[in-house]
Structure formats: C-alpha cells, structure tokens
Design a protein around this ligand. Structure first.
Ligand code: TXA
Ligand code: MG
Length: 340
C-alpha cells in the first residue's frame, strides 16, 4: 500500500526517516519539486531505477534526471565541469534547470540509458531539497506521470495514477511552476537548450552570451532522447490554435468547435464561447499562471470525455516558448495558426 505523507505545512523528522529508509531499501518515492512532481529512487541502485521505468511504462532508452541537494553531491557524480558549465551551475542551481554533464561510473548505465552523460538538477523546492539532503543519496527521478501523459503537478492526479504502484507519495500541494525544468547541454562551448522551460533562452544568454534552442525531432542524432516520444497527450483529440490577432484567434477557435468541445483558454474569453465547456487557464498575459495550470487542465479536460479539446496558444516568447513546446506535443502537432 502507498503511504501518503503530507509535508504541505510541516516537514517532520519521523517522516523524513521513513522516506530515507524507503530510498535506502530501493523503494520508489514520489516527491514535489518546484517544476513538477518526480518519481524517485536511489540513483546508485539499478533495481530501484528499473522499477521507475516499469511504474511509468517508460522506454529504457530515455535517460533520467538525477537530483542532488548541493554542488558537493553534483561533483560526486559528474566529471570535467567546464568554465561555461560552472557559470550555468552558479547562475541557475538550485532552480528549474537541468544540466547535462559527463557522468562518473558510479551512476549505473540504466539511469543514463547507456549515454556517458547524465542530466543533473538541484531542485529549489524545500521539500525536495530536505529529503535529498537528509537521505544523502542522488535521486534519479523522471516526472511523475505514466509515459506520454501530462506531467503530474498536483497530488490528486498523482494519487489517481500511482496509488499502490509506489511506496510513498509526498503531498507538497500543487507544483509552483507547473512545467518541467529547462534542459541544457553545453556543446562546443555553447549552451544548447534541449527542452525549454522556466529558465528562458534570454536568461541563459545573459550569463553566457550565446545560446542555441534545439528542440525539434529531426533525422539528425537525437541529442535528447526524450524528445522523440509522444508526450503530454490527453486521450481526447486535441488542437492548438494561435494567432497574434486576438479577434481573429477567437474566430478561428469558434470555427473549429465540433460536437462536444472543451476549450482551454484565457479567463477573458470565457463568456465569448457558448455551448462549450470552458476551462480557464488564467489571464492571457500571465504566462506563469498558464504554466502553473496547464497540465492539470489537460487532465481535467480529458476526464470529461468530450469529442475535442481546443487549446488557445500563447506567444512563442519567454516562458511562452516552453508552454507552446508542451502544448504542441499535447496536441500531437495539430496546430492551426492561420484562418481557413
Ligand atoms: O523538472 C523536471 O525536469 C522534472 C522534475 C521531476 O525534476 N523531471 C523531468 O524528467 O521532467 P523527465 O524524465 O520527464 O524528463 C527528462 C528529460 C528527457 O527529455 C530526457 O530525454 C532528458 O531530460 N535527458 C535526461 N538525461 C539526458 C542526457 N544524458 N542527455 C540528453 N537528454 C537527457
Ligand atoms: Mg516526463
């Protein structure tokens, strides 16, 4: 049976000990981070890590991120940190940022899907840091969701999906950011964004002067193996619609409504659409709020089992780059930007 530990208001030592024991004995623990929830295991324990792949139904060639509490732990598992990598670590860790570094052999190959690198992250969330610090083990953890589904950002969705499949679920309330970390790999001394997130290309540019956004599935070598898989997708057919002209955008959404449609969009359009279920993701300028709500709303919309989900997109700028990246995948690239 899964034990639910509530750390929303207070982190107790007794329960920290239970969590530490659980990690030490190779069990799975779902824990909050500021981005999304992670399904974690002791990164040194091959069997435990195998069980993460099983619980998520995740392809074994998709590597996991290893979570540590501080720079010292980061150095225990990585090699040859360059000057630029060091700058990125100093600027963005702890935080919603994952850096791909050369890995030491003490991290088993199953964690990195046989790559000689690993993604490393120092979460800022207090609960995440406390449990990793207290356990004093690197924790391998992908997002807490069955593969291809939206990442888990609130305890209710997570308990629905993982009750009785993991040893412990730690309730830390709804994830603050709501989208996964920005994943970066430094290639030829230039930071390359493999997955956009809360830390934007501009944030990185300010630190290193240069940045490349590489987030396409192409025939070139796929440098972030996770990108080739179906992601964040509701079971219901979904389309993403965006046009920078807000009036045209509303018309475009209206002309695509069929049968029983759910629209996920900004609060200000709520009264414009009749005879549809409208789920508001917040003010259309507040990208932090949209990121915070979006995965929860995709799951909520899917549960209503209608014919179609239409999602109103956002401008592909700043945090909007990460939001659009996830929404494009959620809609399996059903994307409309110009009027019929
Ligand atoms: O915010 C987050 O990053 C959350 C929380 C739990 O930390 N974790 C997360 O993990 O989103 P996951 O497994 O869902 O996504 C990890 C991404 C995948 O796209 C994976 O392919 C990529 O990071 N990745 C991991 N290790 C890599 C490596 N060595 N080289 C390239 N890409 C890597
Ligand atoms: Mg994931």
């Amino acid at each position: 049976m899964t034990k639910i530990i509530d750390f929303k208001n207070n982190i107790s030592i007794d329960e920290l000990n239970i969590i530490k024991n659980s990690f030490e004995s190779g069990k799975l623990v779902i824990f909050p981070t500021e981005t999304v929830y992670g399904i974690g295991a002791n990164a040194y324990n091959e069997n435990a890590v195998t069980n993460i792949f099983k619980a998520k139904n995740r392809a074994s060639d998709n590597p996991l991120i290893v979570h540590v509490a501080n720079n010292k732990m980061l150095e225990e598992i990585s090699l040859d940190i360059s000057i630029i990598e060091r700058k990125l670590i100093d600027a963005f860790m702890p935080g919603p940022f994952t850096l791909i570094l050369k890995k030491k052999n003490i991290i088993p190959n199953i964690v990195s899907a046989n790559l000689d690198t690993i993604g490393i992250r120092i979460p800022e969330n207090e609960i995440a840091r406390k449990i990793i610090e207290y356990t004093n083990l690197p924790i391998a953890a992908p997002s807490a969701n069955i593969s291809s589904k939206p990442s888990g950002t609130n305890p209710t969705d997570i308990i629905d999906e993982f009750n009785n499949k993991v040893d412990i679920i730690i309730d830390g309330g709804q994830s603050q950011i709501g989208l996964e970390s920005t994943v970066v790999k430094v290639i030829n001394e230039i930071p390359v964004i493999l997955r956009p997130g809360k830390i934007t290309p501009n944030d990185i540019k300010k630190i290193t002067g240069e940045v490349i956004i590489k987030d396409k599935v192409s025939n070139e070598t796929i440098i972030s193996p996770g990108l080739k898989y179906k992601h964040y997708a509701p079971t219901t057919k979904s389309i993403l619609i965006y046009n920078e002209n807000k009036q045209i955008l509303k018309h475009m959404i209206k002309e695509n409504v069929i049968g029983k449609t759910i629209i996920i969009g900004p609060e200000e359009n709520k009264n414009y659409f009749k005879n549809v279920t409208y789920l508001s993701y917040g003010n259309n300028k507040d990208y932090n709020m949209i990121a915070h709500n979006i995965f929860r709303l995709l799951r909520e919309a899917d549960k209503l089992k209608q014919d179609l989900i239409i999602i109103e997109g956002v401008e592909n700028e700043g945090l909007g780059i990460a939001i659009m990246n996830r929404l494009l995948r959620a809609c399996e690239y059903n994307y409309i930007t110009t009027k019929r």
